[in-house]
Design a protein around this ligand. Structure first.
Ligand SMILES: Cc1cc2nc3c(=O)[nH]c(=O)nc-3n(C[C@H](O)[C@H](O)[C@H](O)COP(=O)(O)OP(=O)(O)OC[C@H]3O[C@@H](n4cnc5c(N)ncnc54)[C@H](O)[C@@H]3O)c2cc1C
Length: 396
């Protein structure tokens, strides 16, 4: 959102401009269009490309039927965690772990939106977003649009890499991963169980695990995931996945049907702030849970709050992580960033000593203080207490 914009364009005027049509932008659009109060607003959606691909799969947990249940391609009622001789399979009740494919989500929202003639799409690379006479103006090469409110989820990932490498007091890690969607010729998976974390992989001096989501007994998304300060060379992720498959399912022929890659910022540092009339949402709007990289459900909560604020005409609240849980996230990141305890050991202890209900509530920022204490009692005070004190007094 710089000020280097060329102000010479004649800008069309909108009530709402959504800058970025990914998970957050399209979730917001969908909720606005489903709101009887807001659906007739004049809306513009801008993205550098509306040619959507299946670039990501979202997994999340919930206790009830959700807004996107029709899009869920697979559900699990059990998850497992593994580290050396420790291996546990736990029921997820009352939660269900669900998967939605990115392409199905994009198509669903964009098809639904086709019926609205008050909605306009602009395919363009946004160069800047600025304010003008208490409104916002979005610029791209050769054009601009003015809006009473702009909701932006665009960020150049390269800028984030620079932030992550800069000297700072708040720890910044990346959750980076590559997934192979593999199909075996024989039955190899128990598709009732999502393997959430298998730490029996090369740790690369980081917190590293394999995440295995079986879609059937022959087909699974196998994802090598790391939490660390820097990314690996591109080939290292595929090598780790191939080793894992050879070790766990030896000599069974398989093929790779699809790949996905990602790097998600893990930090309690604010990436951008909302300031009327420009509001930040999604990853840019700090909707990613710093200690886990999960964002889908936080984005939905962020969108629900925004839509309710818009309906009531009050101030707009975009902050979804500002709870005591953000402090816990900061403590865990501090420990991982400073290598005070292995991440694999921390997660092993949490899953060894708590129910999934407590863990999922804790990771959703909805646990009670008593449940938080239960989680904390699984972890060594001599490491976590000094870290908590450091974080509390912001001593980096
Ligand atoms: C591969 C992958 C898998 C993930 N899996 C999960 C998961 O299982 N569970 C979970 O909770 N979270 C997951 N996440 C994290 C998070 O849910 C996603 O990153 C989510 O897509 C974030 O939504 P967003 O709208 O902030 O960003 P995006 O979905 O990336 O959307 C940003 C949009 O902005 C557009 N844009 C960017 N710059 C410009 C510009 N200058 N001009 C115009 N348009 C621009 C992009 O084209 C894009 O459409 C995953 C992330 C990735 C990358």
């Amino acid at each position: 959102m710089d000020n280097k914009a060329d102000h010479s364009y004649q800008a069309t005027h909108y009530d709402i401009i959504i800058a970025g049509a990914g998970c957050a932008g399209l979730s917001l659009l969908y909720s606005i269009l489903r709101s009887p109060v807001l659906s007739s607003q004049k809306i513009l959606v801008v993205d550098k490309s509306f040619e959507k691909s299946n670039d990501r799969t979202w997994c999340f947990w919930e206790t009830h039927n959700g807004k996107f249940d029709a899009l869920v391609c697979k559900k699990w009622e059990q998850i497992s965690v593994h580290k050396n001789e420790f291996s546990t399979t736990l029921p997820t009740a009352p939660f269900t772990y669900k998967m939605v494919e990115g392409i199905e989500f994009y198509k669903h929202v964009m098809d639904f939106a086709k019926q609205f003639t008050n909605l306009h799409w602009q395919e363009a690379h946004i160069s800047s977003i600025d304010t003008i006479n208490e409104e916002a103006i979005v610029y791209w090469e050769g054009g601009a649009a003015q809006g009473r409110k702009v909701f932006s989820s665009i960020f150049p990932i390269d800028d984030l890499y620079v932030i992550s490498q800069s000297k700072q007091s708040t720890p910044f890690l990346w959750q980076h991963f590559k997934g192979h969607l593999v199909s075996f010729e024989e039955s190899v998976f128990d598709d009732r169980v999502a393997r959430l974390m298998d730490f029996n992989v090369d740790q690369h001096g980081a917190t590293a695990f394999m995440y295995v989501l079986p879609l059937s007994d022959k087909k699974a998304l196998v994802e090598y995931t790391l939490f660390s300060k820097t990314l690996l060379k591109p080939e290292a992720y595929s090598q780790a996945i191939n080793h894992y498959i050879q070790a766990n399912y030896p000599a069974i022929p398989y093929q790779i049907n699809h790949e996905e890659i990602g790097a998600i910022p893990m930090t309690t540092q604010s990436l951008a702030k909302s300031k009327a009339p420009i509001y930040v949402i999604g990853t840019l709007g700090n909707a990613v849970k710093a200690s886990t990289g999960y964002a889908f459900q936080f984005i939905q909560a962020q969108v629900d709050t925004i839509v309710s604020n818009l309906e009531q005409g009050g101030p707009i609240q975009t902050e979804v992580q500002q709870t005591r849980h953000q402090f816990y996230d900061a403590v865990l990141l501090y420990i991982l960033y400073h290598d005070l305890m292995e991440g694999s050991e921390i997660f092993k202890r949490i899953f060894e000593k708590n129910s999934i209900e407590t863990i999922f509530k804790f990771l959703s920022n909805t646990s009670s203080i008593w449940e938080d204490i239960r989680i904390m009692r699984s972890l060594p005070t001599k490491i976590f207490l000094p870290a908590a004190i450091k974080v509390l007094f912001r001593r980096g």
